[in-house]
Design a protein around this ligand. Structure first.
Ligand SMILES: [Zn+2]
Length: 405
């Protein structure tokens, strides 16, 4: 778990030296922790909000070299994490629930909407619906009210709690983090989606790349789109000495086929996405021209091009540029439309739907165009890898010393 100061701004927050480690724990510990991740967050953050010691809500004096004294008054402004961690931290029901999206009140999973009891209800839509007016999005007030209702039901009518939780998409959690006094008490504004996970961590990008290569490879016997792409990418030199190493190999493609997505580390995906677009348009489509697969792959490449436009805009914050709100919303909707034009809802899943909420996340940061920024967790990608090695080693040492004791 890492923390930083929001006001440091998007450029600083895109650098991992500006994020500070609060605590490192293993998944096993979060599962065993009594009272869920919400409680764990409460305990870990309480070191900043100690009423008997230092409580940063009321200010703490800091002295900075070259600047002098300043007073910091802090509260929890934003929680950014992957979907699984957000779901656990806020007490949402999650991916396989009746209502998988924690931002919406009328969006059912595909499986739930297909059930006869919901299929006929016009007000309810499935995850593939692109008409945002029908989603009935939560506001800060509606979500606060829901959490109060669930708490009330838990104490006064506990026998009704389960049904209420199923139909609302949220669980009653004692000390729910969304209602924690450490936060700004605006629950919708608190939740920030991490676009890196939505696109590059088994995300939209990984799925679309795999589909294009798979369909193009089926265009002719002995035609291998993956190998052609490999040869094309090899000609490029990547910045900051970050090559793609041994990412591309026959073993790699075999593991992609097994996972049905293009597997690679998020930062490698960021290096590759625009080069791949150039390859798809300039090399791959002409190479399969005239084949029965051409028209299908053309639609898929159109979708990929829109996806690249969205990623281009998402990256602006890293360079200190505000993300143009209206243009971003338009580009995200364009991508969703062209994507469904190419794939229907075959590839559409919670991350695709949540991508359409990214403009809302941007709007939650206020109306000032200068404040329109996105953050992503991949600044901590390298850091996280070394933490994983350390915690694994510590865990082994722990076992060893127990045995010797
Ligand atoms: Zn939603």
């Amino acid at each position: 778990m890492y923390w930083s100061i929001y006001q440091l701004g998007p450029v600083a927050l895109a650098d991992e030296t500006c994020w500070f480690e609060l605590v490192a724990f293993r998944t096993l510990e979060t599962q065993a922790f009594v009272g869920s991740v919400s409680h764990l967050l409460d305990v870990c953050l309480s070191c900043f909000f100690d009423p008997t010691g230092i409580d940063v809500r009321y200010g703490v004096r800091m002295r900075l070299t070259g600047y002098g004294d300043l007073m910091l008054c802090l509260k929890v402004e934003m929680l950014i994490a992957d979907i699984k961690a957000i779901v656990q931290a806020i007490g949402a029901n999650g991916v396989s629930a009746l209502l998988p999206c924690f931002f919406c009140r009328r969006v059912l999973s595909f499986a739930a909407k297909a059930q006869p009891r919901f299929a006929a209800v016009d007000e309810l839509v499935d995850l593939g619906c692109l008409d945002q007016d029908r989603w009935c999005k939560h506001t800060n007030e509606s979500l606060k009210q829901l959490l109060v209702d669930l708490r009330h039901t838990a104490t006064t009518q506990p026998q009704e709690l389960k049904a209420k939780q199923t139909l609302s998409g949220y669980k009653h959690v004692n000390g729910d983090f969304l209602s924690n006094s450490f936060t700004n008490l605006l629950p919708i504004n608190l939740i920030c989606l991490d676009w890196m996970h939505l696109f590059f961590q088994s995300g939209n990008w990984n799925r679309e790349v795999f589909q294009i290569l798979k369909h193009a490879s089926a265009s002719a016997r002995n035609f291998n789109a993956y190998e052609l792409m490999h040869a094309y990418i090899d000609k490029f030199a990547f910045p900051a000495g970050r090559g793609i190493g041994n990412l591309l190999s026959s073993e790699h493609w075999a593991s992609c086929k097994e996972a049905k997505l293009f597997k690679c580390q998020a930062s490698d995906g960021l290096n590759l996405y625009s080069v791949m677009h150039r390859f798809f348009v300039a090399v791959l489509l002409p190479a399969i021209g005239g084949s029965p697969q051409h028209d299908t792959v053309k639609l898929q490449v159109d979708s990929y091009g829109q996806l690249c436009d969205v990623v281009d805009l998402l990256q602006l914050s890293k360079f200190g540029k505000p993300v143009p709100r209206a243009l971003f919303r338009e580009k995200v909707v364009d991508w969703a439309t062209v994507h469904q034009n190419a794939y229907g809802v075959e590839l559409w899943y919670l991350k695709s739907h949540l991508t359409l909420h990214l403009p809302d996340v941007l709007d939650a940061r206020g109306e000032d165009e200068e404040d329109a920024m996105f953050l992503a967790c991949w600044v901590l990608e390298m850091c996280l890898q070394s933490r994983k090695v350390c915690t694994t080693l510590l865990s082994c040492m722990c076992t060893a010393s127990c045995i010797h004791a």
